[in-house]
Design a protein around this ligand. Structure first.
Ligand SMILES: Nc1ncnc2c1ncn2[C@@H]1O[C@H](COP(=O)(O)OP(=O)(O)OP(=O)(O)O)[C@@H](O)[C@H]1O
Ligand SMILES: [Mg+2]
Length: 445
């Protein structure tokens, strides 16, 4: 699954053609995607708040200079890193620019390694900002109720309420789309910590080289700016909840430091002389069995046992099929309400098809399907009847084919990986591929 979509990109701005080409080549050789611009006016229209990359710009340019460009970009999105290139004598000006919010500066002449290093750091920073925004947006959307009246869901809801008040660390296990993030937020909201923040970290989106400072903070003073380092997500979660999503992907070096946070309830920021106490609850989530990662040597056993004390397993939809019609109806109504429609009925045939489908993407898939059905309905408000059994089963079939197709594309035709991601056994996958006439070989490159 991708957390950070959109190609990361460096926009390099310099009016000096020779320097521009040399630096673009340097970045290109370092495998960084880069695009060159001769002036501020040509780059600005290309920037919006979703821009996934960074800007490197010369300060002295005809027309709008680098400092003005920095300000204009930050008026669009203050979270876009801007790196300034200064002449030898301009260092004082550069320091002022840093103070105003530039990410870093490069004083001419600079080594190509230095340019690449600063650019990489800025790109990682940008990726984290966007990832954090995504998580925050997801958190805002996540006050939806947990749906399901099956025995498993009743038990789950009850356990969440008990655990929320007990303040234990919790490990949430569940396939993709089963509601791990939703449950993490419920645990937080129902706890005595709800007045403080839930700080979400997607471990899979955290590049290893910045993970330590990002999580545990840094007290190092930046030699160039004189600015103190960052607080880190652990300290940001003080008195609240730290939600570590995709914990199985956490780098071993980071795992060691996390263990200390969990065992001692203290954090030692990078460069700090002594640890400081933190008061938080750790909620971790994983799609895979963490024990497999322990056996494979990628996950610390001691951390595993610490996290495993209280485990919440969220069952996939196919293990609680009786919840499918109700959940579908809920999302159907939700989607319809957003479009000003109402009064959908599901007939028995449709119900049977829904219940028989395996829903490898679980609730997320069911939700997407409900929305796609509503979006495809004729827009006549008098006609709020559901499509009949035949057309719905045909849609389900197409929907399933699309998911298998997409997963095979992502895994480049790797069957084992496709089985794992979809959570279905080999035979089922082969049956489905045959039924949909999908040939896995064509996805292999
Ligand atoms: N039991 C449920 N009732 C209502 N909505 C649910 C339920 N489970 C999941 N959802 C919804 O399904 C979507 C996916 O849930 P969520 O993001 O929590 O899944 P996840 O387990 O974190 O998946 P992934 O591992 O892919 O990140 C969200 O829109 C969420 O609100
Ligand atoms: Mg999730």
């Amino acid at each position: 699954m991708s957390f950070f979509t959109g190609e990361q990109m460096i926009f390099f701005v310099d009016d000096d053609a020779a320097l521009r080409e040399a630096n673009v080549q340097t970045l290109d050789l370092a495998n960084l995607a880069v695009e060159a611009f001769p002036d501020a006016a040509s780059v600005l229209p290309r920037i919006d708040a979703a821009f996934p990359g960074i800007i490197v710009t010369d300060i002295r340019m005809p027309g709008m200079d680098g400092l003005e460009l920095r300000a204009a970009i930050h008026a669009i999105d203050p979270g876009i890193p801007v790196i300034l290139i200064t002449g030898h004598a301009d260092v004082a000006m550069a320091v002022r620019a840093l103070h105003d919010g530039a990410f870093d500066f490069l004083a001419k002449p600079f080594a190509s390694d230095h340019l690449v290093g600063v650019a990489r750091r800025a790109l990682a920073h940008r990726a984290l900002i966007l990832d954090n925004r995504r998580l925050t947006a997801a958190a805002a959307a996540i006050d939806s109720p947990l749906i399901g009246e099956s025995a498993a869901m009743l038990r789950l809801r009850e356990t969440i309420t008990q655990l929320a008040q007990a303040d234990f660390d919790v490990l949430i296990e569940g396939e993709t789309g089963t509601g791990k993030e939703l449950v993490a937020h419920m645990l937080h909201r129902q706890s005595r910590r709800s007045a403080a923040s839930l700080v979400a970290v997607n471990c899979a989106a955290l590049p290893h080289d910045v993970a330590e400072a990002e999580l545990f903070g840094s007290d190092q003073i930046d030699r160039a700016t004189g600015k103190l380092g960052q607080a880190g997500r652990v300290r940001a979660a003080h008195r609240g909840t730290l939600f570590l999503d995709e914990i199985d992907t956490m780098h071993p070096a980071v795992q060691a430091k996390l263990l200390r946070v969990i065992e001692e309830r203290e954090v030692q920021p990078v460069g700090a002389a002594a640890p400081e106490p933190v008061d938080l609850r750790v909620v971790a989530a994983t799609k895979t069995d963490l024990m497999d990662a322990v056996r494979a040597g990628t996950f610390r056993e001691d951390l595993y046992y610490r996290l495993h004390v209280v485990k919440l397993r969220i069952p996939p939809l196919r293990e609680r099929r009786s919840d499918i019609p109700q959940t579908f109806a809920y999302f159907l109504d939700e989607a319809a309400a957003k479009m000003g429609l109402q009064g959908f009925q599901i007939d028995d045939g449709v119900r049977r098809h829904l219940v028989e489908h395996d829903w490898p993407g679980n609730v997320r898939e069911l939700r997407n399907f409900a929305y796609s059905v509503v979006l495809d309905l004729p827009s006549d408000p008098g006609l709020s009847a559901m499509p009949g059994e035949a057309s719905l089963s045909e849609r389900l079939r197409r929907f399933e084919a699309t998911i298998i197709h997409d997963t095979l594309t992502q895994t480049q035709g790797n069957i084992a990986e496709t089985m794992a991601r979809l959570g279905i056994p080999r035979k089922t996958l082969y049956d489905k591929m045959q039924r949909h006439r999908i040939d896995p070989k064509i996805f292999r490159t």
